[in-house]
Design a protein around this ligand. Structure first.
Ligand code: APR
Length: 258
């Protein structure tokens, strides 16, 4: 039975109908997908940047000027929060979509590693990963979990200062992450945009690249974003931890029915 997607009243039904017919799906995720894992977002309700100025604590110039201050004001607390965080039903729902053949790649702005922990197979870490610390002198990487934080800022055996292997404001996106994100965004026919305020470039340009190459953009967010109604014509308003499992079930129904 052919259903005109626009005739389906429930947006989740409409999104499931589009996803079940999709050839290549890509997800762009932001801090919102990890809120239900206990990690606060940066903007909006309870946002980190409501409490401190990112230019003071998350810009490379601020770190270079006073690494001890940035470690004390931001990085130590991030480690405490991320150490406790585990994937939530939104992360595991994306793994299920991948298993159904309806999600190829996750482009994540998050540095919490929860997509990989949940089992996602292809994750592009657009802003790096907090699981690793890099020496500012010799460049060696070491696991954040193994870094001795009794001394701030922590140091490498060579005496260099350690910094998270993440992208600070004022830094370039790792080339491979940038190129691959542009490629998969241009090649997908559906992009799921989940839990992002879509305000930080160049990550926020990926939905535009997808749309300009003919993709449908489906947003999952309790709030509208600058994309809503412009780039994404199918907003699923709500928490990702509730919406994504519902979406997965609706896609499964369509894939199971002849
Ligand atoms: N489910 C889905 N979305 C949610 C949820 C939830 N449970 N809770 C909040 N959100 C939404 C908010 O409405 C908001 O639109 O998640 C978004 C979080 O926005 P930001 O905090 O700005 O996070 P993000 O878009 O990832 O920020 C981009 O900015 O500070 C830099 O490097 C940092 O990667 C980050 C980048």
């Amino acid at each position: 039975m052919m259903i005109d997607p626009d005739m389906l009243s429930d947006p989740i039904d409409r999104a499931a109908d589009i996803l079940s017919k999709a050839r290549s799906v890509v997800a762009l995720t932001g801090a919102g997908i990890s809120v239900e894992s206990g990690i606060p977002p940066f903007r909006g309700k309870g946002g980190l940047w409501e409490k401190m100025d990112p230019m003071e604590v998350a810009h490379i110039d601020a770190f270079m000027q006073d690494p001890e201050r940035v470690w004390n004001l931001l990085i130590k607390d991030m480690k405490t929060v991320l150490d406790k965080a585990r994937p939530n039903p939104a992360h595991t729902g994306l793994v299920e979509l991948e298993r159904l053949g309806k999600l190829a790649t996750v482009i994540t702005q998050n540095v919490d590693g929860l997509h990989q922990l949940a089992g996602s197979g292809d994750v592009i870490e657009f802003h790096g990963n907090f699981a690793w610390q890099r020496c500012m002198e010799c460049g060696r990487l070491r696991r954040t979990a193994e870094v001795d934080l009794t001394r701030i800022p922590p140091q490498c055996d060579c005496g260099g200062i350690l910094r998270p292997d993440c992208v600070f404001f004022g830094e370039m996106i790792p080339t491979e992450a940038m190129v691959r994100s542009q490629q998969v965004s241009a090649g997908c026919d559906v992009m799921l945009v989940i839990g992002t305020s879509a305000t930080v470039q160049p990550a926020a340009s990926m939905p535009f690249i997808a749309r300009d190459n003919g993709a449908r953009v489906i947003e999952i967010n309790p709030e509208p974003s600058p994309l809503t109604g412009r780039i994404s014509n199918l907003p699923l308003l709500g928490d990702a931890g509730r919406i994504i499992p519902q979406l997965v079930e609706a896609v499964k129904e369509r894939l199971d029915s002849p």
